[in-house]
Design a binder for this molecule. Structure first.
Ligand SMILES: Nc1ncnc2c1ncn2[C@@H]1O[C@H](COP(=O)(O)OP(=O)(O)OP(=O)(O)O)[C@@H](O)[C@H]1O
Ligand SMILES: [Mg+2]
Length: 239
């Protein structure tokens, strides 16, 4: 049996707060006493450096926990063009090597107690010819957190994501509602969490308001880390 040793953070879209969530959750899980590793398996929009392309998301994740792991393990595949990885790879005339991603994941999973892994875009972003982010999730065998917007439109995007993940056998642990910008109070914002839970048959594990000061989210991250820890233990992640 594949014992999940981590969590995969996906989202309904790009720029919904996956890095914000994955970095904060990794830090809070570390503060619970877990030996945490982080991963951004495939990134695009990387910056050119002496050591190749570097992903800001990978740096943010590693920075959140002061991860000593080699960046080549944290982020084994990175493209310069800010595009879906398959499109960036085609432009560069290369392929996304999911074997390299798997090896990096296995190395980190053997080294760390628990991994927080950030996806790229949403579930159906193409990674390689014929392979999407969803295929990566299935390959890693991790339960998923879905980061989603609080505003009108989130019901459709969220339910599509949850339903499609489940149809492929993915364990959707919960939703995290997150506001990347100021949100006007509205009936939609007020009613969305309960509607998502009812129609998605999935719990909303946290609801992050918009607050640029990272310290404003400490308690919400601590509560979320406890929920994720408990739910992962129930799934045998630490046995
Ligand atoms: N709750 C929040 N309060 C304030 N700012 C936030 C919040 N959540 C996210 N942000 C900011 O919004 C921006 C987008 O968030 P983030 O980079 O985490 O999204 P993402 O889903 O990881 O994007 P990408 O698809 O590019 O990986 C970032 O500048 C982040 O710091
Ligand atoms: Mg990100």
């Amino acid at each position: 049996m594949n014992r999940a040793r981590g969590i995969f953070v996906t989202g309904t879209d790009t720029e919904v707060g996956k890095t914000f969530l994955a970095a904060g959750l990794a830090k809070a899980l570390k503060e619970l006493g877990l030996d945490i590793g982080v991963m951004k398996p495939v990134a695009s929009g990387g910056r050119r450096t002496e050591n190749g392309f570097v992903s800001d998301d990978a740096l943010a994740l590693a920075g959140a926990i002061g991860a000593p792991d080699d960046l080549a393990l944290v982020n084994p595949v990175c493209f310069e063009a800010p595009l879906a990885p398959m499109v960036a790879a085609r432009l560069e005339g290369v392929r996304v090597d999911l074997g390299t991603v798997w090896q990096a994941y296995e190395t980190l999973a053997a080294r760390r107690e628990f991994l927080v892994v950030e996806g790229i875009g949403g579930l159906l972003v193409p990674l390689d010819e014929g392979a999407t982010v969803l295929d990566l999730i299935v390959m890693l065998g991790l339960p998923v957190l879905v980061v989603t917007r609080p505003t009108l439109g989130t019901i459709n995007h969220t339910l599509l994501t949850v339903q499609h993940a489940r149809e492929h056998g993915v364990d959707v642990m919960g939703l995290v509602i997150n506001a990347v910008g100021p949100v006007e109070p509205s009936k939609a914002v007020e009613t969305n969490p309960a509607v998502l839970e009812e129609w998605g048959r999935v719990p909303v594990l946290a609801n992050f308001r918009y607050a640029p000061d990272p310290g404003a989210h400490t308690e919400t991250f601590a509560a979320l880390a406890k929920l994720v820890d408990t739910r992962c233990r129930a799934r045998g992640a630490f046995s």
